[in-house]
Design a protein around this ligand. Sequence first.
Ligand SMILES: NC(=O)c1ccc[n+]([C@@H]2O[C@H](COP(=O)([O-])OP(=O)(O)OC[C@H]3O[C@@H](n4cnc5c(N)ncnc54)[C@H](O)[C@@H]3O)[C@@H](O)[C@H]2O)c1
Length: 253
Amino acid sequence: MKLQDSVIAITGGGQGLGRAMAEYLAAKGAKLALIDLMEDKLAESVEACKAAGVEAKAYVCNVAKEEDVENTFKAIVDDFGQLNGLINNAGILRDGLMVKYKDGKLEKRMELSQWQSVIDVNLTGVFLCGREAATRMIENGDKGAIINIASISRAGNMGQSNYSAAKAGVSALVPVWAKELARYGIRCMGIAPGFIETEMTASMKPEALEKMTAGIPLKRMGKPEEIASAAAFIFENDYVSGRMIEVDGALRL
Ligand SMILES: NC(=O)c1ccc[n+]([C@@H]2O[C@H](COP(=O)([O-])OP(=O)(O)OC[C@H]3O[C@@H](n4cnc5c(N)ncnc54)[C@H](O)[C@@H]3O)[C@@H](O)[C@H]2O)c1
């Protein structure tokens, strides 16, 4: 698929990896429909894309809310007249051990609300946006691709019951959707990033960052553009589908 003049929706497009992917695809001539909860951040991302000379629009939407998602994808097709791709990127962290004991006494457990909030956004949100994007693409006769952003944590990371389960879930959806949607000319791929330099990692203590980086075989964190270039490759190569691309500097949990 040619990125030039194609329309790509990105959830969580207000900052971090979502913003980086938006700018990277804009530089390749794609038009961007950016979805996020944060209106001000979305406006900045839209301006950054427009500066590359492409059309871009902001959609304030909670990906975990069915009605929001349905209205948003309808609006995207109404606004742009087509939809060729979706990057399911919006995600949150609510880390904590499932159970934590100290000196034989229970200190803390992962609350059901802590579990549910991550499942709602990182798993249900991906389902809702994937379903809606596929529906709109099929009804409009548009071919393209859906990309689910997972994480190295899909293998199971300590302190991340909720996040690891959601990321394993969105990885499992990749071959399911690739098989189900191939007949409509829609491919589905996943990207599992390792540790990437974003707002999230920038706020970590330098000692913690150093320790983490030392454990990565390539001895550095990934750059947002390195995730964005994997996304561009997926859109541009019409024979990749149903698989995960791991962009993690060879780190294994
Ligand atoms: N940064 C990393 O090192 C890293 C590593 C592996 C995976 N990831 C994954 O990449 C994705 C992006 O991560 P990031 O580091 O850019 O995070 P980030 O927190 O910087 O950005 C996430 C964006 O998603 C938006 N968002 C959150 N909940 C939403 C909701 N309910 N509806 C709509 N938008 C919502 C936020 O407002 C934010 O703009 C996430 O899925 C994350 O799990 C990141």
